[in-house]
Design a binder for this molecule. Structure first.
Ligand SMILES: C[S@@+](CC[C@H](N)C(=O)[O-])C[C@H]1O[C@@H](n2cnc3c(N)ncnc32)[C@H](O)[C@@H]1O
Length: 258
């Protein structure tokens, strides 16, 4: 990964680490429940949670997996996750700072890899997926959740602009067909998938990234001035000229290593 992207990720997430631990949208939801339900079918496997953020996925898997290792590129995030998870009594979870593109593990070390709400920050998705496939045992499984990208060019460009204005470390959300192709190229086969909607309360969503007042006002103006079909596609709720929330879709994928 380029030093520029690494610095962008660390600059975005380092100061917000505790906000991610406290975020209700990360702490739970239908998406996390689905990943856990898929994970439970794999029973007693060692789990790697990449880009653990505030640690909610690692904590959920520590409830039934014999061993969980959590990794993240951003050290303050990893420290916040460790404080949170160990504070909940899950002191068998281990933490390691690392880029998903260069995981510090031997090949075939894990039965399950989880990656939730993070892949849109990975600049070289195929490199990341190949690295995940390398550390998975044959027949092991990747449980992934991410923002779903759009096939419609105008909608994709609009939401990419919104995301990047809020978080300059956002790279791109992949549409469904690209996920299947990248996973196949990395040596994994999709065996289950589903799509869920998630409502984003505007104040909380922009606040978590500590946007400056002016940048936030510019973003709001950008959305309000955009073509109506863009706002409608993402369910932007506007009251008295102010944005209250919008809705995006999440893709959940279960892919087995070939
Ligand atoms: C939204 S948080 C993840 C949320 C978390 N997985 C959960 O379930 O609550 C995104 C995380 O991705 C991490 N990240 C971004 N790029 C990364 C990379 N190349 N390698 C590892 N972690 C990365 C960031 O540091 C940040 O902590």
């Amino acid at each position: 990964m380029s030093d520029g992207q690494k610095a962008r990720v660390q600059a975005q997430f380092g100061p917000s680490a505790q906000d991610y631990v406290a975020s209700a949208g990360h702490a739970g939801g239908d998406d996390l429940e689905r990943l856990v339900a898929w994970g439970r079918t794999r029973g007693g496997q060692r789990v790697l949670d990449v880009a653990t953020g505030g640690g909610h996925t690692a904590l959920a898997f520590a409830g039934f997996a014999p061993a969980v290792v959590a990794t993240d590129l951003t050290l303050p995030m990893l420290e916040a996750a460790r404080g949170f998870i160990w504070g909940r009594g899950a002191d068998t979870v281990r933490f390691l700072a690392s880029d998903v593109e260069a995981l510090p593990f031997r090949g075939a070390s894990f039965g399950v890899v989880t990656c939730r709400i993070a892949a849109h920050h990975f600049p070289a998705i195929l490199t990341a997926l190949k690295e995940i496939a390398r550390v998975l045992k044959p027949g092991g499984c990747l449980l992934l959740q991410d923002i779903l990208g759009h096939d419609d060019r105008e909608l994709a460009a609009f939401i990419l602009d919104v995301e990047k204005r809020r978080d300059p470390s956002h790279v791109r959300a992949l549409p469904q067909r690209e996920w299947a192709a990248f996973l196949k190229a990395a040596g994994m086969t999709v065996i289950d998938e589903s799509i869920l909607s998630k409502v984003r309360p505007w104040e909380e969503w922009t606040g978590r990234m500590r946007m400056k007042v002016e940048a936030k006002a510019d973003l709001e103006r950008f959305v309000l001035d955009a073509p109506a079909r863009c706002r409608e596609a993402f369910g932007f709720r506007v009251e008295q000229g102010r944005i209250k929330s919008f809705t995006d879709r999440m893709i959940l994928l279960r892919a087995d290593r070939d």
